[in-house]
Write a protein that binds this ligand. Structure first.
Ligand code: NDP
Length: 448
């Protein structure tokens, strides 16, 4: 830790000791603990009551076997996780990720971040996250369905609209949520819409949920630009990834007058000076479930680059929307040389600590994922509200609520950073504002 407060240092040492080998979780915990130094100086009650020590330890961690049969009749075994991190503000809430890189440390880092993100939205939701090392890539629809059914056969006993409410994440979109919710409904014999968010519109979903994370990230950047008296007009933007978050970030940038000149997947990136054609991108990624290289095959103005990095392209604004630690110190240096002035994390923790340090030194404004990508979970909470009221809001109304929530999160980050003597530091503002709300609830609820 940079300026260690003794208690925070002890807590961090304990995190390292208790969670050996979980590098991403260590990184996420350190980032938050460092921001809390000024808070604990002002408010010793948070350390005296051990709120922080309690908060870094999840309320419950579930690890389970997921056996299923592939199309050849061969039994496959994956591992499932759900980390129920904090229910101080509401039921555990956070997505499910299917990706071969998933392990307990990844789920724990995501769940920990989710506590502060959900708190920042101002809505009554706790934090949690889940997933499996199952790789949906190359699997048939039948295989994905059988895997989801087996996963939910175990997980269902830990869920409930007042207990734990999952949603999607990497590798889990509308199709997977359908299979997971279907199996939950079948086992429990309850049509409990509020137990899952990201549902299809005809079976309890909310308008704008699909678009919410990407749109929300761009709304957040729009607020950052307004603070400087600027707008998206004519800005050159890079968006990494080409999944749910990336696609709708690209769509919203274009609606607000910017131009996205590149996006990517794990196989490489496309450079398209004419601006990414988002309808073609949706066709390639969502309908055909294809690769980003196919986009370049179909678009004369685009080229596909298998080697190298998307971040080599000069831009004004960078939106990393793929995965954790995808943007490192070298990428940051290249982006700074290329003139970047704003970075907003559509993904969770996509920038390494070295990259964030480089951006800070160069005066590049950075929006942390727990603030910039909170539009997804915020709209999930709006989906829960609609389910509870047996209601269905219009696209316009839901998008207005999303925009208003993102503006609120932006302003809360800035005003909290100011209050704690760290003007313009969005990351510290997000961590502190998110923390205080959860910590106060924990103090009020007794030793839990
Ligand atoms: P998707 O599965 O829809 O898309 C993920 C994209 O990122 C794909 O283009 C994928 O490429 C790429 N990607 C994944 N892993 C890697 C990797 N190791 N290297 C390079 N590219 C990679 O996921 P989402 O868009 O839903 O999620 C993206 C990020 O946003 C994640 O960090 C997630 O936690 C975060 N997030 C998502 C929310 C949501 O509502 N969906 C809410 C808040 C945050 P490929 O297909 O080649 O793997």
């Amino acid at each position: 830790m940079s300026h260690p407060n003794e208690t925070l240092r002890d807590i961090y040492d304990e995190v390292l000791r208790r969670n050996a080998g979980e590098a991403e979780f260590h990184q996420a915990a350190l980032e938050v603990l460092e921001s809390l130094e000024t808070v604990v100086t002002k408010h010793p009650e948070y350390t005296d009551s051990q709120v922080i020590r309690r908060l870094v330890e999840p309320e419950r961690q579930i690890i389970f076997r997921v056996p299923w049969v592939d199309d050849r009749g061969v039994v496959q075994v994956n591992r499932g996780f759900r980390v129920q991190y904090s229910s101080a503000l509401g039921p555990f809430k956070g997505g499910i990720r299917f990706h071969p890189s998933v392990n307990l440390g990844i789920v724990k880092f995501l769940g920990f971040e989710q506590i502060f993100k959900n708190s920042l939205t101002g809505l009554p939701i706790g934090g949690g996250k889940g997933g499996s090392d199952f790789d949906p890539k190359g699997r048939s629809t039948g295989e994905v369905m059988r895997f989801c059914q087996s996963f939910m056969t175990e997980l269902h006993r830990h869920l409930g609209e007042y207990t734990d409410v999952p949603a999607g994440d990497i590798g889990v979109g509308g199709r997977e949520i359908g299979y997971l919710f279907g199996q939950y409904k079948r086992i429990t014999n309850r049509y409990e819409s509020g137990v899952f968010t990201g549902k299809g519109l005809s079976w309890g979903g909310s308008r704008v949920r699909t678009e919410a994370t990407g749109y929300g990230t761009v709304y957040f950047v729009d607020e950052m630009l307004k603070v400087r008296g600027e707008s998206f007009d004519g800005k050159r933007v890079l968006v990494s990834g080409s999944g749910n978050v990336a696609i709708y970030a690209i769509e919203k940038v274009h609606q607000l007058g910017g131009i996205v000149i590149g996006c990517s997947d794990s196989g490489g990136y496309v450079h398209d000076e004419a601006g990414i054609d988002v309808e073609l991108l949706k066709e390639v990624k969502d309908v055909r479930r294809g690769r980003i290289s196919e986009y370049a095959d179909l678009r004369p103005s685009a080229s596909f680059v298998a080697q190298g990095s998307l971040w080599d392209l000069p831009c004004d604004i960078a939106l990393p929307c793929a995965t954790q630690n995808e943007l490192d110190g070298d990428h940051a240096a290249t982006l700074i040389r290329g003139g970047v002035s704003i970075v907003a994390e559509g993904a969770n923790m996509p920038c390494t600590r070295v990259a964030l340090q480089a951006f800070a030194e160069a005066g590049v404004r950075c929006a942390p994922g727990k603030a910039a990508n909170a539009g997804g979970v915020a709209t999930s909470a709006l989906e829960m509200q609609q389910n509870a009221a047996r209601d269905s809001w219009s696209f316009e109304h839901t998008e207005e609520r999303l925009e208003e929530i993102m503006r609120g999160i932006h302003d809360r980050c800035l005003s909290t950073a100011d209050e704690y003597g760290l003007p313009g530091n969005y990351a510290a503002g997000a961590n502190i504002a998110g923390f205080i709300k959860v910590a106060d609830a924990m103090l009020a609820l007794g030793v839990i």
